[in-house]
Design a protein around this ligand. Structure first.
Ligand SMILES: Cc1cc2nc3c(=O)[nH]c(=O)nc-3n(C[C@H](O)[C@H](O)[C@H](O)COP(=O)(O)O)c2cc1C
Length: 334
């Protein structure tokens, strides 16, 4: 398992909510325990731990892909317990995946503008195959680069798509709720790195560049957050939510990951595969978790999709061809 240490920099490219990088790897002889650091969780914004488990799943998938790419035979054994989700172990077979370390390095969230246009149906079908929703999906059948349906066949997840404009109202409602909640805003603020002078700017959290903010927008956000406690009742949440008003006002797609609540780590692995598939095809993703964080908008979205249990809506992101590249997000390693 010691060989894994040399690959940590690539493991850490996994995505996580607010870029907290909550995962820990503890080497225990022939195994490495995948756990989390309570200091890097989001108890206010993510009280159920949904995004924590999705992020840990994304990390596990990332580790398996990077190990396979390096020629190491490593598997993952789920074993939820205090502070851990499971173990990486030396397996007889290499992990079967169409993705490589290059794909992991290339992927990134892009919060900039996207070209007009919906995702082709065959792309959505490919994604559904990765999630296991596809009728023809077969576990273990590795059918070439970026087309294997893979272990997603057992994940119980589904990918649903909606037109961006159909969700613009819900996004605004969720943004309003989020910015009106002083505790959620305070927690977000802890992970914002809005100036390169921030001591953690290159290590974690959300930088002005990653958020695709212009210089003027960064200054405005810093000023708004500095005045937040006093200005909250004077309409500041409306102003902050209004700044993102046009985000979904174009001809594009939003994808929703629907899956069993009981196995969110597995769903995080699915999410990682979906993002890698999209990124390999030249598409970018921009998560909009606030829609499923807020109970009212989550319920609306479930009704729109005809999904019975709103808690099974695990993740929402807009997806499209970005107009320009995104800034690379910070990491604790490297
Ligand atoms: C479970 C999960 C939820 C996320 N929710 C949001 C979100 O609501 N808004 C957003 O802009 N980014 C969201 N992100 C993206 C992260 O902020 C991003 O992955 C992190 O900053 C690292 O950047 P990268 O994806 O470019 O590597 C989410 C990521 C994950 C894994």
């Amino acid at each position: 398992m010691n060989e894994l240490r040399a690959l940590e920099q690539d493991f850490w490219r996994a995505p996580s909510a607010h870029n907290t990088q909550p995962w820990t790897l503890t080497y225990l002889g022939t195994e490495a325990m995948v756990g989390w650091d309570p200091e890097r969780c989001l108890p206010v914004g993510d009280p159920t731990g949904r995004d924590l488990r999705l992020s840990l799943g994304a990390f596990v998938e990332c580790c398996l892909i990077v190990c396979a790419s390096a020629g190491l035979r490593v598997g993952f054994r789920p074993d939820p317990g205090p502070g851990r989700v499971g173990y990486l172990y030396g397996s007889e077979q290499p992990y079967r995946t169409p993705f490589t370390t290059k794909d992991v390095r290339r992927r990134g969230t892009n919060r900039g503008r996207y070209h007009q246009g919906r995702l082709p149906d065959d792309v959505v079908e490919r994604l559904r195959a990765h999630s296991g929703a596809h009728s023809g999906a077969h576990s273990g059948a590795h059918s070439g680069a970026h087309s294997g349906a893979h272990s997603g066949a057992h994940s119980g997840a589904d990918v649903r798509r909606l037109a961006c404009r159909d969700l613009a109202g819900l996004l605004h409602a969720a943004d309003l709720r989020q910015w009106a909640d002083a505790d959620v805003t305070a927690e977000l603020r802890e992970w914002l790195r809005l100036t390169p002078r921030h001591p953690l700017y290159r290590l974690d959290g959300l930088t002005d560049q990653a958020l695709a903010l212009s210089g003027a927008e960064t200054l405005a956000l810093r000023a708004a957050l500095a005045g937040y406690p006093a200005l909250r009742r004077l309409g500041l949440p409306r102003l902050l939510a209004g700044a993102a008003r046009g985000l979904l006002d174009y001809d594009g797609d939003v994808l929703v990951l629907v899956g069993p609540v009981a196995d969110q780590v597995e769903q995080g692995r699915v999410l990682m595969r979906l993002w890698l598939e999209l990124s390999a095809l030249g598409y970018a993703t921009h998560p909009l978790s606030q829609i499923v964080d807020c109970a009212a908008t989550r319920e609306h979205l479930a009704a729109k999709l005809g999904v019975e249990d709103p808690m099974t809506l695990l993740h929402v992101a807009r997806v499209g061809r970005p107009l320009g590249p995104a800034a690379r997000s910070a990491r604790l390693t490297g």
